[in-house]
Structures are given as structure tokens and as C-alpha cells.
Design a protein around this ligand. Structure first.
Ligand code: FPP
Length: 269
């Protein structure tokens, strides 16, 4: 892991964005990003909102490559929430076209970077063209062994949790699950992130654009994630920003509810 990481850094990103300051042993395995600020980015430039989404898609490409080069195992991007259907039809249609454009253009690059595409969310409600683009990308990258690029598309955490509860209830009713067996691990296995195990839970959650909300994103999975809120609008987000946010993560003291035990100190004290 260390040698692969250093080799990738050497070949691609070393010193480019201060990434040589990162500590390989403290790299977040799973980074989740709420890509916010596309509309404001466009507004600032007197452009239509969709221009922000277009530039946001370019940034998805850049940040995917950077995260993969840095040795991240899973990158989850919140591309469309269950609440985003409330937006004007023209904007929703544009957002539904983006995966088509993105995958048509970018799948060969993903394969070159050994990146596998995965999706969480109810894709059955997406337009047929979007479903086809997503399914093709998943199929074309299925043998890739490197980072997983996990798009949350028509995703909402409460819907996901309710769905898990329904399926568990059915499994209890048919005798497949004994209620006494239900614990955190079993519950997690009914969530859409189960296929990402052992990295189903993000270590680091980043939200761009200055907003400090979770917006129904991975509520169960972020129980112990470190949260980083940055003022940068998503269309302006650069690999340097990603490195800075990972550096902030690496300075956090992750205790998972325990206490930090210094060397030579007795934790039972
Ligand atoms: C939030 O910004 C952003 C979204 C709802 C869409 C995010 C989508 C992308 C960045 C492109 C995804 C690309 C692919 C390949 C699927 P906002 O519009 O709410 O911004 P605002 O808060 O400034 O209005």
C-alpha cells in the first residue's frame, strides 16, 4: 500500500499541490463530497446555472484523477439528491444529461486509471438514457481494481434507511433474519454502501461552497466521519483544495468515542 501510494505520488502528483506533506499512513480510504456552489459560481459570472453544473462536471474529472493518484480507495460524489427533482425541469434535464456526457467522454480515462464506477441511489427513476450511460460505465469498468468512483444519483439517506428497514422486516417475516441478530453490522449490510465494504463508511466528508449541512447524505455512514466545510465553490475546486482538505483531516484526532492513549500511559488509569 505504501509503495503503491508513493509510486503513484512520484509519477503524478508529488510536490504538485503540496501532496508531499501528506502522511500516507493517515490517508482517508473513503472520501465523500457534497459538490455544492455550482449555481452561485455561475451567477457570479452572469451565466445560467447550468454553466456551473457543466464546469462542475469538469471538476469531477480532475478530482477523480487526483483522488485516485493519492491512493484514495472510494470517492463518493453527491451528484443528484432525491430532493433535487424539485428544481426547474430544464435544470433537472441538464443534470440528467451530465452522466451521459461524462461517461461517454471519460470512461477510457477511468479505465486507464483503473477506476471502477459504482452508483448508489434509486437509478430506476432516472431517464432511460441516464440509466443506460450509468449501467454501461459500471459494466465497462467492472474489472478495474483501483479506486471506486461512487456516484450518489437520486440518492437520499432517509429513503435508503427506510428501504433497509423494510427489507429487514420482510426478512424477519420470512424467517431469514432473527430479530435478535439485528445489530449495526447487519443493518449496514442492508444499506446501498454495502458493496463498498470494508470502506463503506467515509473517513472524510467534504462540503464545498460554505454551507454547513448534511442534506440527507449518508447519515448512517458518517457517524464517525471527519467533516470539512470549505468556502470554495465546487466548479473552482482544484486538486490543491483536495490536498488541503486531506491535510486538515490528517490533523484531526480521531478517537471514535474512546480516548487517546499516549505511549507509556495506562488507558485503564
Ligand atoms: C449543487 O450545487 C450541485 C448539484 C445539485 C449538482 C452536482 C452535479 C455536478 C457537480 C456534476 C455531476 C457530474 C456528473 C458526472 C454526474 P447548486 O446547484 O445547489 O449550487 P448553489 O447552491 O450555488 O445554487
Amino acid at each position: 500500500m505504501y509503495s503503491l501510494f508513493s509510486k503513484k505520488l512520484k509519477n503524478n502528483t508529488k510536490n504538485q499541490f503540496g501532496s508531499d506533506q501528506l502522511q500516507p499512513e493517515l490517508m482517508p480510504k473513503h472520501i465523500a463530497i457534497i459538490m455544492d456552489g455550482n449555481g452561485r459560481w455561475a451567477q457570479k459570472r452572469h451565466l445560467p446555472r447550468v454553466a456551473g453544473h457543466k464546469q462542475g462536471m469538469e471538476v469531477v474529472e480532475t478530482i477523480t484523477k487526483a483522488a485516485s493518484d493519492l491512493g484514495v480507495k472510494v470517492l463518493t460524489l453527491y451528484a443528484f439528491s432525491t430532493e433535487n427533482w424539485k428544481r426547474p425541469a430544464g435544470e433537472v434535464n441538464y443534470l440528467m444529461d451530465l452522466p451521459v456526457t461524462f461517461f461517454n467522454r471519460f470512461v477510457p480515462e477511468l479505465i486507464k486509471h483503473d477506476v471502477r464506477v459504482n452508483v448508489i441511489g434509486d437509478t430506476s427513476k432516472l431517464p432511460q438514457k441516464t440509466q443506460t450511460a450509468v449501467n454501461n460505465a459500471i459494466e465497462q469498468t467492472k474489472d478495474c481494481q483501483g479506486m471506486v468512483l461512487n456516484f450518489a444519483l437520486n440518492y437520499g439517506s432517509r429513503t435508503e434507511i427506510v428501504g433497509a428497514v423494510q427489507t429487514i422486516a420482510q426478512d424477519v417475516a420470512t424467517g431469514k433474519v432473527d430479530p435478535a441478530q439485528i445489530d449495526e453490522q447487519l443493518f449496514s449490510s442492508y444499506l446501498m454502501t454495502d458493496s463498498l465494504q470494508p470502506n463503506g463508511d467515509p473517513d472524510l466528508l467534504i462540503r464545498t461552497s460554505g454551507e454547513q449541512r448534511l442534506s440527507n447524505f449518508l447519515l448512517w455512514q458518517i457517524a464517525y466521519s471527519e467533516l470539512v466545510f470549505t468556502d470554495v465553490y465546487w466548479p473552482d475546486y482544484q486538486p490543491q483544495n483536495l490536498v488541503d482538505d486531506i491535510l486538515a483531516f490528517q490533523q484531526r484526532d480521531r478517537r471514535f468515542g474512546g480516548i487517546q492513549v499516549k505511549e507509556g500511559e495506562n488507558k485503564n488509569k
